[in-house]
Design a protein around this ligand. Structure first.
Ligand code: UDP
Length: 485
């Protein structure tokens, strides 16, 4: 067989956090389904989750597998179970964790030497992998787990620094040279934009390595944000391929149920519960894998949900500062009162399975990009409650550009622990997204976008074609490289 038709081997290296690993696993599945050999890099702790997520694809005969690298946690002074960003609770541990990740360079080199992949797809938070890919003569693609809107918006803020020209943290500014007259305030920007932090330097390095990489592969689709994709490609000059929504590669119930961590609820229990509800009559509340709320905030949410009179599924993560087994946020007799109306999942929910159920009519979300795009793909309008990262940009995109969401009204970017929101606002926002004319309009727009999302990943759709073009390009690169050696 000539090298043109030889199976392309792509090595996928996700950052160790659920919101980064989940879409990368989906992407590896997608590449395998399109004829590549996909190898995922996992830590020994996460390997079982990876293997469970790819089992069905593998059993169907596609060429996909996982290999491991071991984080040198001891060497940086971290306990053994600190192997995932989701477990990091302080700035100091975060720094040590990032140092341990950077020390994976030799293990990555050994893997590349052994496996001889044709391409490395690695997370934006692994900028040092670019040099290694270059050394071994293979293209590195950056995986950006966000939208073109957010990435281009953030870049325009970094380039033109409008936040330095306003007189207060709350004074709005328009993002310069960015389509749509989008306004932000300094408070909504990540802290490393507002002041020099350790992460400011790291972020610059990551952006630099993005420019030097072969290109960028993103979890979005053209019709969702054509103006911003064009802006990112043309104005900011990034060679990029938009291959999402990646979650749509999970077609069967089983695929959706096995995505990410082990669900903390029996699948049949909540599906039966949802089956008994009218279409679009239940709101789903979940703040992703990182954001966390203290007991006082959880209490406000509980009270607001009950007062809204609406049906709900609410995912509550364990409060890391709370006492084991103590749920002081839960109002007295709450669960017996709301038994028919509400379901609380403590821990991990099979989110895509829930969002895709026809009973779900609204999603209260922290606007992590995966959650946002999963809601788009499921045709579900949102209540936006951003917390950190680029989530305030995603909120603008959902509420002002797509017009499929209402904001709960938080104004301040905070690391991990969200700004306090009173129960009254929860109640009002939940009602707004589920009932009335405005909800109906948003629902119509959401359903139309969901149709477009499905069209994008079907044969001939934009994401299908973008991936095809990318694979073609990678084959050309391999040929050119082979000729050189
Ligand atoms: N997720 C899930 N169940 C949960 C919490 C999160 O399946 O209980 C998934 C969710 O579907 C999404 C990812 O975890 O794919 C979270 O990514 P996102 O970008 O939304 O937020 P992050 O966790 O990175 O803040």
């Amino acid at each position: 067989m000539g090298s043109e038709s030889h199976q392309l081997h792509v090595l996928f290296f996700p950052f160790m956090a659920s919101g980064h690993m989940i879409p990368m696993i989906d992407m590896a599945k997608l590449f395998a389904i399109r004829g590549c050999k996909s190898t995922l890099i996992a830590t020994p702790h996460d390997e079982p989750t990876f293997l469970k997520s790819i089992a069905k694809t593998k059993d169907s005969g596609f060429n996909i597998d996982a290999v491991t690298v071991t984080l040198p946690l001891k060497e940086v002074g971290l306990p053994e179970d600190c192997d995932n960003l989701n477990k990091i609770t302080t700035e100091e541990i975060h720094k040590q964790f990032m140092r341990a990740i950077m020390m994976l360079d030799q293990q990555l080199e050994l893997l590349i030497e052994k496996l001889a992949p044709d391409c490395l797809v690695s997370d934006i938070f692994l900028p040092w992998t670019n040099k290694i890919a270059t050394k071994w003569g293979i293209p590195r693609l950056v995986f950006h787990g966000t939208s073109a809107f957010s990435i281009a918006g953030m870049e325009c803020v970094a380039l033109y620094e409008p936040h330095k020209k306003v007189s207060s943290d709350l004074e709005p500014f328009v993002i310069p040279n960015f389509p749509g007259e989008i306004t932000m305030s300094r408070m909504q920007l990540p802290d490393f934009y507002r002041e020099e932090t350790e992460f400011t330097k790291f972020f610059k390095e990551a952006k630099e390595s993005e420019k030097q990489s072969f290109g960028v592969v993103m979890n979005s689709f053209y019709k969702l944000e054509p103006v911003y994709i064009d802006h990112y490609r043309t104005f900011l000059g990034r060679r990029s391929w938009f291959v999402g929504p990646l979650s749509l590669c999970n077609k069967e119930t089983e695929d959706k149920a096995h995505r990410g961590n082990q669900a903390s609820i029996d699948q049949h229990e909540f599906l039966n519960w949802l089956d008994s509800k009218q279409p679009n009559s239940v709101v789903y509340i979940c703040f992703g894998s990182m954001a966390n709320f203290n007991a006082a905030q959880l209490h406000e949410i509980a009270v607001g949900l009950e007062a809204s009179g609406q049906q709900f599924i609410w995912v509550v993560k364990k409060d890391p500062n709370g006492e084991e087994g103590k749920e002081e946020w839960l109002p007295d007799g709450y669960e017996s009162r709301i038994r028919d109306k509400g379901l609380i999942i403590r821990g991990w929910a099979p989110q895509v399975l829930i969002l895709d159920h026809e009973a779900i009519g609204g999603f209260v979300t922290h606007c992590g990009w995966n959650s946002t795009l999963e809601a788009v793909a499921a045709g579900v309008p949102m209540v936006t409650w951003p917390v950190a990262a680029e989530q305030f940009f995603n909120e603008k995109f959902v509420t002002q550009v797509l017009k499929i969401g209402v904001n709960i009204g938080v104004k301040q970017w905070v690391k991990l622990f969200g700004e306090s929101v009173k129960s009254e606002r929860v109640k009002e926002a939940v009602k707004r997204v589920l009932v009335g004319e405005e909800a109906e309009e948003m629902r119509k727009r959401s359903k139309a976008l969901a149709e477009m999302a499905r069209g994008a990943v079907e044969e001939g759709g934009s994401s299908w074609s973008d991936l095809g073009d990318l694979l073609q390009e990678l084959r050309r690169q391999r040929l050119a490289h082979k000729k050189k050696i």
